[in-house]
Design a protein around this ligand. Structure first.
Ligand code: PLP
Length: 442
């Protein structure tokens, strides 16, 4: 008997009772390798002694102080650390309690920036199909994840979605990378022009797409082209690195590999590593100075902004990532994981694509490798694979609607940065067992 309104009340979930390094352990004693860190959250695994110690120290000194009265040491230190790891123009941090809140905040920041900048007509937001930016109504309205938005469509503010940069599915057979980018650049430009050349507030994109299509990195040069188009029309670029940021793809910020700097950057999961709920917006000087010189204060706020214990936990997580040079570890372990996936699934008759960066990888399932036809969505293969993998002690993060919000299945792996080669091999072997078992009973 449970009094929790679980995500799916029809399921009986195991009770997680302990976390140890890269494992979660349930009440029966079964160990699960956390191959997706939940939803790409637990970058340092569980029960990390330095993070626990930092949280304890903070609890014993200052638990909470409302940010309209005070700043706090851990929030100041964390903001300084983040600023130090970012381009010099992006050194202004606004803390939140998660990714959706951070996205809502960025949308409002973009809007206020334009109003204070004398352009109050800028109220349109453009994003991409096959993207996810959070589940609160503003963030959901920006996102292009059909299964998550359809039910709420009548409640969502109007936004405009352009094509994703998803070469495996949408680059034409005879199209070069450069031609593909050109096509997407023109589409964005025409969208801005259709909405009104000075009426768009911001273009929003995940640097590397996470849950919606599974570890889809942009074609090299794509984001730089999008930045150019945004600049031409005075549109802010908001990059969502809630899932792909903070080392996950092998660089501290994922955008470092794209040669662009956003105006607003959204961070969450790897920021607190799951030890505490925390998100952040990193804002450019241009945005912050315009708001400061204008009405003076940002018209926004939440009760738990900059919570000292959340900031202390995130500070310890970030210090560990930096001190242990975990971005380099992610790069080398990522190569290993990519190689293992290639070995295991490169010739698999139902794996059409293996893609990823750093420790952020996905396989996409197909009925046939020649046509790359997706399986029928009614089979819900992704859900069955998740269940089969969990039974065998692997937590992974499969999703459906990979191609267009309706068809397609992928499985995402986003293991902790501290995963050993043996653990990565276990993840790949177990995923293969779960996949083959699931396909065998279709
Ligand atoms: N943006 C991206 C790219 C995400 O992957 C997520 C969550 O999965 C969010 C935003 C929303 O974050 P949260 O679930 O912390 O609200």
């Amino acid at each position: 008997m449970t009094h929790i309104f679980h995500r799916n009340p029809a399921l009986t979930l195991p009770l997680a009772v302990r976390g140890e390094g890269c494992y979660l352990i349930d009440a029966t004693g079964q160990h699960y390798f956390d191959g997706s860190g939940g939803a790409a959250v637990s970058c340092l695994g569980h029960k990390h002694p330095k993070v626990i110690a930092a949280m304890k120290r903070q609890m014993e000194t200052l638990d909470y102080a409302h940010t309209s009265f005070f700043s706090s040491e851990p929030a100041e230190q964390l903001a300084s650390l983040l600023a130090g790891k970012s381009p010099s123009t992006l050194g202004n941090v606004y803390f939140l309690s998660g990714g959706s809140e951070a996205m809502e905040t960025a949308l409002k920041m973009a809007r206020q920036y334009h109003v204070e900048n004398g352009q109050p007509q800028r109220c349109h937001f453009v994003s991409r199909r096959q993207s996810y930016h959070g589940n609160t109504l503003g963030a959901l309205a920006i996102g292009g994840n059909l299964p998550r938005r359809t039910l709420y469509e009548p409640l969502l503010m109007k936004t405009t979605q352009v094509s994703p940069c998803f070469a495996f599915r949408y680059r034409l057979a005879d199209e070069s990378d450069a031609d593909y980018i050109e096509r997407l650049g023109l589409e964005l430009e025409h969208t801005f022009l259709d909405l009104g050349p000075d009426s768009v507030a911001a273009f929003v994109a995940e640097t590397v797409v996470g849950a919606t299509s599974g570890a889809v990195a942009p074609v090299p040069g794509y984001l730089a082209r999008m930045r150019e188009v945004c600049d031409r029309y005075g549109v802010l670029l908001i990059l969502d690195e809630v899932m792909c940021g903070i080392g996950r793809t092998g660089s501290y910020h994922a955008f470092e590999q794209e040669g662009v700097v956003p105006d607003l950057l959204i961070l969450a999961k790897g920021l607190g590593g799951g030890f505490q709920p925390i998100g952040a917006v990193m804002a450019s000087d241009r945005v912050v100075q315009t708001i400061s010189r204008g009405s003076g204060s940002f018209q926004h706020g939440h009760t738990y902004v900059g919570h000292p214990i959340a900031c202390a936990a995130a500070l310890a997580v970030q210090q560990e990532i930096i001190e242990q040079n975990l971005c380099a570890t992610v790069r080398s372990s990522g190569e290993l994981l990519g190689g293992l996936l290639d070995e295991r699934f490169g010739k698999h008759s139902h794996v059409g694509d293996i893609r990823g960066r750093g420790l952020f990888w996905a396989i996409e399932l197909v009925q046939d490798r020649d046509g790359n036809r997706p399986f029928a969505p009614g089979l819900r293969l992704h859900a069955k694979i998740k269940q089969a993998a969990q039974t065998h002690g692997l937590l992974c993060y499969p999703g459906g609607g990979t191609v267009d919000g309706v068809t397609g299945d992928h499985v995402l792996l986003a293991p902790p940065y501290i995963s050993t080669p043996e653990q990565l091999a276990f993840a790949v072997d177990t995923l293969a067992v779960a996949l083959d078992e699931t396909l065998a009973i279709q």
